[in-house]
Design a protein around this ligand. Sequence first.
Ligand code: FAQ
Length: 311
Amino acid sequence: ETEDFLAAFQRRMDAEEKIEPNDAMPEGYRRTLVRQIGQHAHSEIVGMLPEGNWITRAPSLKRKAALLAKVQDEGGHGLYLYSAAETLGVTREQMTEELLSGKAKYSSIFNYPTLSWADIGIIGWLVDGAAIMNQIPLCRCSYGPYARAMIRVCREESFHQRQGYELCLTLSRGTEAQKAMLQDALDRWWWPCLMMFGPHDGDSLHSDQSMAWKIKRFSNDDLRQKFIDATVPQGEYLGLTFPDPELKWNEEKGGYDHGPIDWEEFWRVVKGGGQMNRDRITARKKAWDEGAWVREAALVHAEKRRARQLA
Ligand code: FAQ
């Protein structure tokens, strides 16, 4: 890659041009997108598991229908994202192998267990809330297929977030036991949700280059701050207490200050040492193995059709 090529590419970025699959692009740009979109896709697919765990135990038909629809949406998001990554010359098989071997990451948040029904509300409110905060800017990502996929994904995520908040609202107006269950769920999920945005800017490996390439539009810390500022008043409305004694409004900066994030826990979970890492990968491996006959049958069917068309 010559200096001229890299400079011309950067000029396209600076002019806010979209890059499409057949355009020339630096190898680093392609690799960054394959990594991020692939990991994003894996997060959606692995992210079906914690909530899927509660479909059979939803407390009413209405709740069950909403949860089923949400988990199906996540499957759809994963498929869109795999397709977007495939436009960069990587296959579903390669990406899946990287997930199952532990080479490719997925969001740390999905390595925590869903212990009560309140967790389903909290995931919708906070995990989808954090996902939207991160994904709205991705609608303006310089890579066209990713940016376009994000538009529909964000619309669906905002339905998921409302579904979660409404569930939390119902519990917050319920019995003492229901209120306690909701508070306990917030206590367990709050810090892991803040970790979803990734390491502090100073420790973020990829941020500078990804911002220059207009893949990322905001830094990890900026998005985390926006999320906290939007979420704390929502939690107060529910009568909840955030598990951070240092969380308080800072008039001067026009945002909340918060206590230190446990980065040791974050890296432990990212590196496979979270409570549910092994279960999640085992579940995905089982699904991949048990789906082998479907992939095989689909290929044979396509081959037969092609042969018939040729005859
Ligand atoms: N978990 O240099 P940076 C959803 C890794 S939402 C695990 O800052 P980057 C919806 C990072 O990959 C969740 N690993 O990295 C849903 C890198 O390692 P690598 C998914 C993390 O890429 C809701 C290293 O740390 N959303 O699924 C995490 O510039 C409810 C250094 O970090 C997306 O993926 C983490 N939390 O910024 C589904 C959004 N944070 O790759 C079901 C797209 C960082 O070199 C239910 N992704 N790492 O091996 C992004 O925006 C970015 O990739 C970031 C990380 C912001 C996640």
